[in-house]
Design a protein around this ligand. Sequence first.
Ligand code: FAD
Length: 434
Amino acid sequence: MGKLHVKAAVIGAGLAGLVAARELCREGHQVVVFERANDVGGTWLYDPRIESDPLGLDPGRNIVHASMHRSLRVNLPRQLMGFSDYQFLKKGCGDPRSFPGHEEVLRFLRGFMEDSGLIELIRFGHEVVRVERAVEGRRDQWAVEWRTCGGEEVAGVEVFEAVVVCNGKYTQPKIAEFPGRSTWQGEQLHSHNYRVPEPYKDKIVLIIGRGVSASEIAQDILPFAREVHQASRETNLEVVKLRKVPGVFQHPMIAWADEDGRLVFQDESSIYRYHFPFLKTEGLVNVDDNRVGPLYKHVFPPSLAPWLSFIGIPYLTFPAQLSELQSRWVAKVLSGELVLPSDEEMMSSVQEHYQHIEELGWPKRFTHRLEQGKFEYEKWLVDQLGLPSMEQRSEKMVLILSELFKFRQFADEHWRDNLDVEKLMQENQAKSLN
Ligand code: FAD
C-alpha cells in the first residue's frame, strides 16, 4: 500500500511547529501552520512588554507569549540545540558564542524556516480559537476555527484530517501559593513577566524557586537590588549547590506572609501550566494538575490517534532533538509507514507510565518530566524510527551533558564563557570511539 498524504493543521510556529511542519512536508502531507504572532520563534521572539496582570492570574489579561528576559543567554551549548541535519552553527553576522544570547536562537529559527522552504506554509497573525471534531464519531475530521489578530478581524473555519498541537508550554504561569500571599502588600510578579533588572534598584527582592530561570534572574537583579533572597522547596543538595548564586541569601520555602510585609520561611515544581484553550474534545483530553492526558508516549490521545497529536510536551530534555523525533514519528504514523498499537494497548501503556510516576514518588504534575540524563524516551523514539545515527548522537549528548553539569557545579556565573565546548565535544568523541 502506498503512503497516505493527509491535510494537516499545525498550531504554532515556534521551534516545535517549524520542525513538525518540515517533517510532515517531507512525508508528503499537505500542511498549514497557524501562527498567532507576525513572526516565527515563539519563546525566542523577545517581547519587552509585560502582561497587565504580572502574576498571570487574571484570565482576561493581555497575553504576551514569550518569557524571555533581556539578558537571557541559552543554557545548552548551541551544538546541542540544532536539528539532526540543520545545526545551530556560528554564522558570520550573529552572536558566535557557544552559549549565545536569545536573539541568536531567533536568527537560527528564521534561517531554518527559510532554508526548509516553510514560509509559504505559515499563516502569520492567525490565532486558532477552536479545534473540535467536525463529524461526530470520526477522528479524522477536525474543524479548525481561526481569527486574525491586529487590524481588521477576519475569521474562518476549515476542516483538516489531522491537527498537530505545538502551542508551547511557557506562557501560562503557575504561581507558588502560600498562606497570606493574596493580602501581602509587596509587589508580586511571575518570572514570565520579568524582563529587565532596573526597576528593582534598591529593593529587597525574594525569588521563589531554584530552577535555571530563578537563579539567572537572581543573578541579573543582584547588581541593582539592595538584597536578593531565594526560597525553594528543593531538597536535592546537588541542585541546591549547582544553582546557588553567590551573594544571594538562601532560604527554605515560605510558610506564610504577614500583611505587614514580613515573610516566614518553611522548608517548587513546574512554574508553568499546560494550556489548550482552543481544544474541545468532550473530555477525551484533559489537563489535570498539569498532567495532559491520556497521551500515549506524551504525543497521541489514544481515542483520537493519530489524528490529534502534541509536540514538545515533555521537559528536562533537548527541546530541538525531542521535537524533531516526535514530529517525525507523527508524520510517519499519519502516512501509514509506522503503525500505532491498538487504543487499548496505548491506554495500558499510559497507565503503566502513571504507575511509574507514582513509584518514583513524583506527584501527578511531574507526568511529563523526563528522568534527567537517562534519555530513555528519546531512545525509544529513535528506535521506533529506526535511526541508528541519531542513537549515536543521543549517546554523545548524554556524555556531554553530564560533563556540562559537572563543570557548572564548580564554576562561577561566568561558566558559559569559561567552558570550551568544542574541546569537550572532541574529548567525548574520542571516548565514544574507544
Ligand atoms: P513556543 O516557542 O512557545 O512556540 C509556540 C508558538 O505557538 C508561538 O509562536 C505562539 O505564538 C503559537 N501559538 C500559541 N497558541 C496559538 C494559537 N492559539 N494559535 C496560533 N498560534 C499559537 N531550550 C533550549 O534548547 N535551550 C535553552 O537555553 C532554553 N532556554 C529557555 C529559557 C526560557 C526562559 C524558556 C521559557 C524556555 C527555554 N528553552 C530552551 C525551551 C524552549 O521553550 C524550547 O527550546 C522551544 O523554543 C519551545 O518551542 P515550542 O515551539 O514548543 O513553543
